[in-house]
Design a binder for this molecule. Structure first.
Ligand SMILES: [Mn+2]
Length: 302
């Protein structure tokens, strides 16, 4: 008996960019996106658990062709992994689960990006890449410093994500525009390079790049964007980066360093206009293109 397939009519595959099997199979894809639908440690407005599904749904409307880079992003091959099951009992165990999942795909040679979920998803993902890249710098792009030793009883929550990473790996903060006193003191004591927003020097991006090692993990909290462009986040903070400013930072880092992994976190789609889910999806898409193409993983492109 022959296998039951699908009727010969057009379909919308339920993966990032709605790609057909030949562009989304894990065996052949250069890129793996890992949905991590968690928000159990969010502090203000929750709902980041709905972020990955909203980003994947919105991505179906993106053009495969990227005008800026003049490439077919779908041609890289992008596999969307099944969503990780949240460990709601213990954020530390969830970080370990994420580390294992990211390690699995990275060990297979895939450029692996996490789609959050709250920003605590960055911890396990960054640590997975640190295992493979001893010369790793983490570029942590966020309106907040996330450097509290613990917040509301959670040491592995989203308010402490940068602190847990900083304890293991060089980290640089960019886009910070609000801070707790404890975090200011920690920055001063530890010397963690911190680029505040708005920038305090004429070409702060050159300073960012010179402070990064050869391999870079980009951790991106969507709240770094101005709330006028990205309201659908748990903790919106006025006075943020604009879309072209964020893209310029990411592209110039990709031009001068090797982006080996990334996360895009904190979309809470019900807290803002539906257009924000599309913006978040486009950012994932741009990071895939910058990391896989501009950063030099471009052997799959003609
Ligand atoms: Mn933040």
């Amino acid at each position: 008996m022959s296998e039951l397939g699908v009727p010969p009519v057009p379909w919308t595959p339920a993966n990032f960019l709605a790609l057909p099997p030949e562009q989304s199979a894990p065996e052949t894809a250069a890129v793996v996106l890992l949905p991590v639908p968690i928000d159990s440690t969010t502090s203000f407005r929750s709902g980041a658990r709905y972020g990955p599904a909203a980003i994947i749904a919105a991505s179906a409307a993106l053009e495969d062709y990227d005008l800026e880079l003049d490439i077919d992003v779908a041609g890289l091959g992008i596999h969307t992994a099944p969503p990780l099951e949240p460990h709601v009992g213990d954020p530390h165990q969830m970080a370990e689960r994420i580390r294992q999942a990211v390690s699995y795909y990275a060990a297979a040679g895939k450029l692996t990006g996490v789609i959050g979920g709250d920003h605590s998803a960055a911890i396990g993902s960054a640590l997975a890449h640190l295992e493979r890249h001893p010369n790793l710098s983490v570029l942590y792009i966020d309106a907040h410093a996330d450097l509290r030793n613990e917040y509301q009883g959670a040491a592995w929550g989203h308010g402490s994500a940068a602190r847990r990473i900083a304890e293991r790996c060089p980290i640089m903060l960019a886009g910070v525009r609000t801070l707790a006193l404890e975090e200011r003191d920690y920055i001063n004591e530890s010397g963690i390079p911190t680029h505040y927003w708005p920038p305090r020097s004429q070409d702060y991006i050159a300073e960012v790049i010179s402070g990064l090692d050869s391999d870079v993990y980009v951790s991106l909290d969507l709240d770094v964007l101005d709330p006028s462009e990205m309201a659908a986040v748990g903790t919106p903070e006025p006075g943020g980066m604009r879309w072209p400013e964020l893209l310029e930072l990411l592209r110039r880092v990709a031009e001068r360093r090797r982006i080996v992994g990334f996360d895009v976190c904190e979309l809470a789609p019900n807290e803002g206009p539906p257009a924000n889910s599309y913006t978040a999806a486009k950012l994932v898409y741009k990071l895939v293109a910058y990391a896989a193409h501009v950063s030099g993983h471009n052997d799959r492109l003609s």
